[in-house]
Design a binder for this molecule. Structure first.
Ligand SMILES: O=C(O)CCC(=O)C(=O)O
Length: 315
């Protein structure tokens, strides 16, 4: 019964109805697209099929803007090259983005907020939305120099949407963020992952598949999870993971592990396959932090639950 309620779309619509402030940004966008949807209506990729080509600007790096960014001019040659190859590879690495002291300050802040019960580890070992509990973490994600670079990669203004902190490796199976935080037009999202301590094979490195962002966006219709007007699809998340594993095998994609040093940062494309390797030494921690940003004026929604994304633009 509970499962059925969780799959009932009107339940989400009622919840959305009472969160207009966090969904109001979609009202002009839905109108511009000519979609007969209210701010509280369900949203999934199916709703955007058949819209005329070119209704929205493309999402690619503005290289001129990138070259002019203060951060771009102050990083290593390797990091600059990595940013310049973002469209081709689907990721970019900036080594030593945070100093050891800055990473330590974030770790201390998370420890304190957990102790004070202002944050908690959820059932998947994630600490969600520390940006709304901590000025330090909010400001780290909203660093103007970083956002300038992200905006150049997106070809439009990057807006911080969500944060996740980890104390241990996520061990999350390979996926693309676009199944969780989908945008119209597709690709209007970036993930930024920062190592808050050194990462080895022992403590669950992040992994990714270079170039995989060029594959199609695998969404509900690709694994029979579209559902109908009243109910969400009834496929499990394991079905999605299985589909991705099959695609990786079929395409013979090469996995890369990110053996980051404390303070290193990786930016991934909305459609880059990535995940967390097994955390082998459970005595060790793997402190890390992820920020997700979307591009201003895209519609951001959650494909699986067919919900528009609620955006809280303040602390
Ligand atoms: O940190 C990890 O191991 C994976 C994180 C991840 O996949 C995500 O945030 O989308």
């Amino acid at each position: 019964m509970i499962e059925l309620i969780k799959r009932t779309k009107p339940v989400y619509a009622v919840y959305n109805f009472f969160h207009k402030r966090q969904l109001a940004h979609n009202i002009p966008l839905l109108k511009k697209l000519g979609l007969k949807k209210k701010y509280y209506s369900s949203l999934s990729s199916k709703d955007f099929t058949g819209l005329p080509e070119g209704i929205s600007e493309s999402i690619t790096t503005d290289r001129q803007k990138l070259a002019a960014c203060a951060l771009f001019r102050n990083i290593s040659d390797r990091a600059r090259e990595s940013l310049l190859s973002f469209d081709d590879k689907g990721f970019a690495i900036i080594d030593r983005y945070l100093s050891v002291q800055q990473a330590d300050a974030v770790n201390a802040e998370i420890g304190r907020l957990l102790e004070q019960r202002k944050l908690k580890l959820n059932e998947r070992n994630k600490i969600m939305f520390a940006i709304h509990a901590s000025g330090l973490i909010w400001n780290t994600g909203n660093n103007e120099d970083l956002k300038e670079v992200l905006s150049a990669l997106l070809g439009g203004k990057a807006i911080l949407f969500q944060s996740i902190n980890f104390l241990k490796g996520s061990e999350q199976a390979t996926h693309s963020d676009s199944i969780h935080m989908t945008t119209f037009p597709l690709g209007g999202l970036l993930g930024v992952w920062i190592a808050l301590e050194d990462i080895t094979d022992e403590n669950g490195p992040l992994h990714y598949y270079p170039g995989s962002h060029k594959l199609p966006y695998y969404l509900n219709s690709d694994y029979g999870n579209e559902g109908n007007a009243l109910f969400l699809g009834n496929k499990s998340y394991a079905d999605y993971e299985h589909m991705i594993a099959e695609r990786i095998k079929a395409q013979k994609l090469e996995k890369v592990k990110f053996f980051a040093k404390k303070g290193d940062l990786i930016i991934w494309h909305a459609n880059l396959f990535h995940g967390g390797d097994p955390h082998l030494d459970k005595e060790k921690t793997r402190k890390s932090m992820v920020f997700h940003y979307f591009k201003e004026n895209v519609i951001c929604y959650h494909e699986i639950t067919q919900r528009p994304a609620l955006i809280k633009q303040y602390r």
